[in-house]
Design a protein around this ligand. Sequence first.
Ligand SMILES: NC(=O)C1=CN([C@@H]2O[C@H](COP(=O)(O)OP(=O)(O)OC[C@H]3O[C@@H](n4cnc5c(N)ncnc54)[C@H](O)[C@@H]3O)[C@@H](O)[C@H]2O)[C@@H](O)CC1
Ligand SMILES: Nc1ncnc2c1ncn2[C@@H]1O[C@H](COP(=O)(O)OP(=O)(O)O)[C@@H](O)[C@H]1O
Ligand SMILES: [K+]
Length: 501
Amino acid sequence: MQPLLTASQIHEADTYTISHEPISSIDLMERAAKAFEQVFTARYGDIEKSIAIYCGTGNNGGDGLAIARLLTDYGFEKVDVKIARFSEKTSVDFNTNLERLQQTGVIIKEFKSTAELIIEPADIIIDALLGNGLNKPLTGEYAQLGQQINSWGKTVVAVDVPTGFYGEGEIEEVAVVIKADLAITFQQPKINFLLPESKYAVKNWVAVGIGINKTYTQQLNSPYQYLEEADIKQILEPRERFSNKGTYGHALIVAGHAETMGAALLCSSACAQAGAGLTTACIPQSGLVALNSYMPEIMAIVREGETIPEIDWAKFSTMGIGPGLGKDDNALALLTEIFTNYTRPVVIDADALNLLATYKQLWACLPKGSILTPHMKEFDRLFGEHKTWWQRLQTAQQKAKELEIYIVLKNDYTIVASPDEKLYFNATSNAAMASGGMGDVLTGVITALLAQQYSALEACLAGVYLHGKAGDDLALPNKLTVVLPGRVAAQVAASMAGLMA
Ligand SMILES: NC(=O)C1=CN([C@@H]2O[C@H](COP(=O)(O)OP(=O)(O)OC[C@H]3O[C@@H](n4cnc5c(N)ncnc54)[C@H](O)[C@@H]3O)[C@@H](O)[C@H]2O)[C@@H](O)CC1
Ligand SMILES: Nc1ncnc2c1ncn2[C@@H]1O[C@H](COP(=O)(O)OP(=O)(O)O)[C@@H](O)[C@H]1O
Ligand SMILES: [K+]
């Protein structure tokens, strides 16, 4: 698990590392510049290309100067450095790196106003103007320079963060940010890189370690955490000798409606394939033949007309409720019946979320410790309209605590909010997975993990990771632009095995 820190915490962690490693601040900057150079040259290794490095006069600018020296040493012959002297203020390490660079043959130009600039002829621009030290939106000369650089439409690689971009907090639509094709960022992704609104400023990012003290960053106890493969490996347990289907739980999937039976099939088949010892689908009569032919391993409780079926509550280890269920009175009665009789944590998705959003009385009997898996629109239906993802993060954090539930807010980087106010970001999954029914599969996977007696948090974390990993394993090696949910469900076991190898 990697803690995601805010700008001020990153600054504290830098300071701590400098005094405790110990390492001098200028050497830490050199380490950062070296880490940048390695990723940069791996991506843009053609030394014939010309590079312009725009530097501020703080530490981000200092990085830029060190990078200019390192890229020249690497073999780039056309490196131009342009220092924006918009203020008299300079950092100590900026000054040191300027002296170092002056001893090389690199051309260093300075400008006091954007009006002095001509259209940049270089192939690639490195943005080392402002980094994490940004404390207000760009105005004046910085804003003009930002607009100017954006207007050139060049390939831009940002040092740490794009100039004008906030690592955390609300992203303002009107603020000027120098748009980066790639941000090579130090130590950790900045929290806002993981929210959809950042896509206008950051096409891609890579985080490079610079040896910031891990014990210190862990003890800061950040609410924002970034999931890593090692975390999931730690969660997943191998199957035991002498185990049987009873060992791995009995999951009930309550889903499906005449026109949306597919959701029930996808969800229950994902549940069976993610390892529930037994899976039963509670579906309308009209889906029974389809279920049996789609996956004969799954049992059924049939819903007929308006009647609520008899359910032997004690038989089920957990339930996944909602995919394709519909929102009619029947669905409401069924959900009420479940909430009245079943007290163990369940997984709530799709129409069950929409019912919860409409009929507020249902909240009172939602089993504590349950898992809600909304996408953005469902989330807003549940908790009100949000203008930004940053606001959604705050709401997810509050609501998970207040209601003692887990919220899986689905997106490119799915966020798991837990009652202890932590927010976990998952990086697996890819755009090939953006197709209807994918969420139904996720619900099946999480339900299966709950049935196998993983804790609710473990089921959420391992569930989102595995679901995304299965999609990645299918799509990425073959550069597929689409993977359908049924294939993802079928891949989960193999991806799980890959993690446990
Ligand atoms: N030891 C360290 O602290 C390390 C810092 N590193 C680099 O240092 C950067 C942070 O450096 P600094 O804290 O010097 O800050 P920056 O270089 O990001 O900014 C310089 C100064 O500009 C001013 N400023 C902020 N917002 C502004 C605005 N909107 N318009 C005009 N001026 C503004 C502030 O006074 C700020 O201190 C990181 O992003 C990273 O690139 C790396 O070298 C790694 C080690
Ligand atoms: N562009 C994307 N990048 C990464 N993951 C995605 C992307 N689009 C969708 N997903 C994943 O696919 C799932 C879609 O869920 P959801 O919107 O509920 O689908 P549905 O309602 O059709 O079942 C989520 O787990 C989400 O994380
Ligand atoms: K920058």
